[in-house]
Design a protein around this ligand. Structure first.
Ligand SMILES: [Cu+2]
Length: 136
């Protein structure tokens, strides 16, 4: 275990890119939320999950438009940007590079999204003004 920590410390010092981290708020009974968190980890993000029975209150506090709501809401720790629902990791990276965009959403529970199913080229995400942000 000690050696593992040493390795992690080394990779932290010499790694070219620091991992981006995010905090996911989710309902305690949400299985697909776990699937999305796993997708993000596999894509190199550091993911912390917070289980809450007040997920709609969290969305309201973070300014997620109600009509764009999904089952879980994530906050990017470095920028405070918001990721609503089953947004692909590549799109989260695009969001991190779009500092004027407050948040991006995959509304509802799309079956062609990470944590739900396979991408099919038709998953459209939108920004919080409802404008298309990506298609995968
Ligand atoms: Cu879901």
């Amino acid at each position: 275990m000690k050696r593992l920590f040493a390795l992690l410390a080394l990779s932290g010092v010499f790694g070219a890119v620091a991992a981006s981290s995010l905090t996911v708020y989710q309902d305690p009974n949400c299985g697909c939320c776990e699937g999305w968190a796993e997708h993000m980890r596999e894509s190199g993000f550091e993911v912390k999950t917070v289980k809450t029975n007040q997920i709609w209150a969290v969305k309201e506090r973070l300014g997620v438009p109600a009509e764009l709501g999904s089952c879980h809401t994530a906050v990017l720790d470095e920028t405070g940007q918001i990721v609503e629902g089953h947004v692909p990791a590549s799109v989260v990276t695009k969001l991190l590079n779009s500092s004027n965009t407050k948040g991006v959403a995959a509304p509802g529970m799309p079956l062609n999204a990470p944590g739900m199913g396979e991408l099919d080229g038709n998953l459209v995400t939108v920004d919080f003004k409802g404008r298309p942000f990506s298609r995968d």
